[in-house]
Design a protein. Structure first.
Length: 369
């Protein structure tokens, strides 16, 4: 009997922890089977953040951290299987993305911190990892990789854009069924990455829960205009970005021009900045969009969701992917379960029209148990 369940494990640029999901691919529509979240400790989050920039003794620190990450991934797998009541013997493989600490597709490489051999050893499962490298090797951006999954589960009768707001925000444009055009996708720019960094600096909290702090401030239009002047936003897709560009140092350099803006007003402006950069990307590159569905942690930020609707106006309805039957915090991990399934079926996992790779490629590498 063929095993049809794969797991997807994702820890993104928000550095909040690991989301693990189980998905059954027996039928024509993937069936969600369970979810488990393991938050990162403050120490792990701080070390991962530090490894995103050059520092002292990086190689040893990377090695040690990859071992700790593998233990966290294996723990997430064990708890997921237990809470979802899935026997280990029924799982075909686990797709483990790893933690991106560098992304340099223009130089031909990308680095996700991981130790898939140890995850396989500790979990007792086949592990598929290193999904981005093959697309980059084929001349692609290596990101975003989720549009192929979005196309399978979210395509409808009207033109939709699916926006994942993690640390970085990315968009997938889905034409209606049996209609014009092809699926497109790219990284819009910062999602929660600057919001979280500013909140951590001033409130010593990892994120602005519900956008409540931002709601106490006022958007500074001059600062917003300055933030939107970043050349990345006018660059044509395919394109991808990360902490290499959008980080606290980038923000603080701009803020030297606005010394009188309060911390709360900066947070309010950053929230509007994320919303505006997303809607501008939709308008510029996915102009036929009628519905915009949000997933990732940004979907839980009420102030950000309201800003998105304000920016989108009456012509585009802004909703959570929960409206399409998938919880916003499950989507990206489900995509890597799908990529693991595609690898097992020897099917391409990338969309060349999204990443600019020279062609479809099977993504990932297998670490058999």
């Amino acid at each position: 009997m063929q095993k049809t369940i794969t797991l997807g494990l994702m820890s993104g640029t928000s550095l909040d922890g690991v989301d693990a999901v189980a998905v059954d691919f027996a039928g024509s529509v993937p069936q969600f089977r369970g979810h488990y979240h393991v938050p990162f400790t403050d120490e792990m989050r701080a070390e991962l953040l530090a490894l995103c920039t050059p520092g002292n003794n990086e190689i040893d620190r990377m090695g040690r951290t990859s071992v700790e990450l593998a233990k966290i991934y294996a723990h997430a797998i064990a708890e997921l299987l237990n809470t979802a009541d899935i026997p280990r013997k029924e799982v075909a493989a686990a797709g483990v993305h790893g933690q991106t600490i560098r992304h340099r597709p223009e130089e031909g490489w990308t680095l996700q911190l991981n130790n898939p051999a140890m995850v396989a050893e500790l979990s007792g499962l086949n592990v598929i990892a290193d999904f981005r490298s093959r697309d980059v090797a084929a001349g692609g951006e290596g990101a975003p990789l989720v549009p192929a999954f979005h196309a399978q589960v979210f395509t409808g009768n009207v033109a939709r854009s699916i926006v994942n707001i993690g640390g970085i925000s990315n968009i997938t444009f889905l034409p209606p069924v049996k209609s014009y055009g092809s699926v497109t996708g790219f990284d819009c720019g910062p999602g929660n990455i600057l919001l979280d960094a500013w909140c951590a600096k001033h409130l010593e909290r990892p994120y602005d829960a519900g956008g409540r702090w931002a709601a106490t401030g006022t958007v500074n239009e001059a600062l917003l205009t300055r933030l939107m002047a970043e050349p990345y936003f006018t660059k044509e897709p395919p394109k991808s970005t990360g902490r290499e560009l959008f980080n606290l140092a980038w923000l603080e350099n701009i803020l030297t021009e606005f010394p009188s803006v309060s911390a709360a007003d900066v947070q309010a402006t950053l929230t509007r900045f994320t919303a505006k950069s997303i809607v501008d990307a939709v308008t510029r590159f996915a102009g036929r969009t009628e519905e915009l569905y949000v997933c990732g942690g940004g979907a839980l930020n009420r102030t950000l969701m309201a800003s998105l609707q304000d920016e989108a106006g009456a012509k585009i309805a802004v909703k959570s992917t929960m409206e399409l039957g998938v919880a916003p915090m499950h989507v990206e991990a489900m995509a890597f379960a799908w990529l693991a399934w595609a690898f097992l079926k020897r099917q391409a996992g990338n969309l060349p029209e999204v990443t600019a790779a020279t062609g479809p490629r099977i993504l990932g590498a297998l670490y058999p148990h």
